[in-house]
Design a binder for this molecule. Structure first.
Ligand code: ATP
Length: 364
């Protein structure tokens, strides 16, 4: 097993900077997800770690060993892609044995490893079948198992569950997590799906335009997003943003937009960065408090018109307008709200974020 360090890692394809001077330290045994929009450099980062792409500059270490110029085959990595290729005319057992035989692992140990991993992945009953006799989910389990029996130092997965239906994805996600913890192999998992990244990982790397935006635990990414991009990318429905004017008349700090005024706690550090300036205010849909019975005149509260109500099962997604500005609120299904309602929306100050309008950096 190994820790993985990326030291100012850069990859350019001609003029395109796919990965821009990335520094990362992934601990031995950690489960890390790389998440970000299409084309942000996730796959390229993974391929650099794997040795399938040549670095433009920078270095990669596994433990203390500089592997920057080590060929992929000698890095001791296991990889699983979305478009897996099982050998079609071999049984599941033979598929799992293949790499072990190439690596000259004694037959008895091969059998032991295959049975152990097959049981953990719930494919022990399928060892004598051929891939064409398996469902998509079973094939994906075999692909994961075939890599895991090789006991790689580093396990790399690129959207391995993307082609599966939602229920199966959750099932295999849980199995994969258990397997990874049991074996303790350092794992990097690439996905564009923030929910997968947040539920599976010890820490999450959020990338945009080849640059790391934040590398932190799922809780930190959700509660303390580094900037507007991370705030927007993580969370469903996405965070609400509105242009606001900040002012600090006395000991307090207020954010105004339209006729709405929100009283925030002034930072104790006496920072003047937040005083009397424009900013972007952000609040998550699940933090907006909606009432159709209360007055809209209380502190931090605004009058809103409910435009559309969507039902998700456990919750309602409520699209509403405050002074012609659009907001989304996420409320429990039991909330009595319909399109056309007048509502009072409260902005709990402890859930309000502020961002620099230009750079998107978080100010508060
Ligand atoms: P997706 O989620 O769509 O798979 P990604 O985040 O994995 O995207 P990458 O595949 O790493 O993104 O691509 C990052 C950037 O590098 C993109 O602009 C892409 O077009 C470019 N790129 C990737 N591979 C090559 C290549 N072999 N030649 C030229 N440009 C490439």
């Amino acid at each position: 097993m190994a820790s993985i360090t990326l030291d100012t890692v850069r990859k350019q394809f001609g003029d395109v900077v796919a990965v821009e001077d990335v520094d990362l330290e992934i601990e031995d045994g950690e489960f890390i997800s790389i998440v970000g929009p299409s084309g942000c450099g996730k796959t390229t980062t993974l391929r650099l770690v794997a040795g399938l792409e040549q670095l433009t500059s920078g270095r990669i270490f596994f433990g203390d060993t500089d592997v920057s110029n080590t060929p992929a085959k000698k890095r001791g990595i296991g990889m699983v892609f979305q478009n897996l290729a099982l050998y079609p005319h071999m049984s599941v057992r033979e598929n799992m044995e293949f790499g072990l035989s190439v690596a000259d692992v004694p037959q008895e140990e091969q059998d032991e490893r295959i049975v152990k991993i097959a049981e953990m992945l719930d494919i022990a009953e399928l060892l004598d079948r051929e891939p064409s006799e398996l469902s998509g989910g079973q094939q994906q389990r075999v692909a994961i198992g075939r890599t895991m029996v090789l006991e790689p130092n580093v396990f790399l997965l690129d959207e391995p569950l993307a082609s599966l239906d939602a229920k199966l994805r959750v099932e295999i996600r849980e199995e994969l997590q258990e397997l990874q913890k049991e074996i303790g192999v350092t794992t990097i998992y690439v996905t564009h799906d923030q929910e997968q990244a947040m539920t599976m990982s010890d820490r999450v790397i959020v990338i945009n335009d080849g640059e790391v935006q934040q590398f932190a635990t799922p809780e930190e990414i959700y509660n303390e997003p580094a900037n507007r991009f991370v705030s927007h990318f993580i969370g469903t429905p996405s965070m609400n943003f509105v242009d606001a004017q900040l002012s600090a008349p006395s000991e307090s700090l207020t954010a105004d937009f339209g006729s709405v005024q929100i009283d925030l706690e002034r930072p104790a550090d006496g920072s003047t960065e937040l005083l009397d300036r424009d900013a972007t205010l952000g609040i998550r849909p699940e933090h907006l408090e909606l009432s159709t019975t209360e007055e809209s005149t209380g502190t931090n509260t605004a009058a809103a018109q409910v435009r559309i109500v969507e039902h998700t099962g456990a919750n309602k997604i409520v699209h509403l307008s405050i002074d012609d500005r659009d907001f989304t609120a996420l409320v429990p299904e039991s909330t009595d709200v319909q399109s056309g309602d007048e509502a009072a929306i409260r902005f709990p100050p402890e859930n309000v974020y502020l961002y620099d309008s230009e750079s998107g950096d978080r100010l508060y």
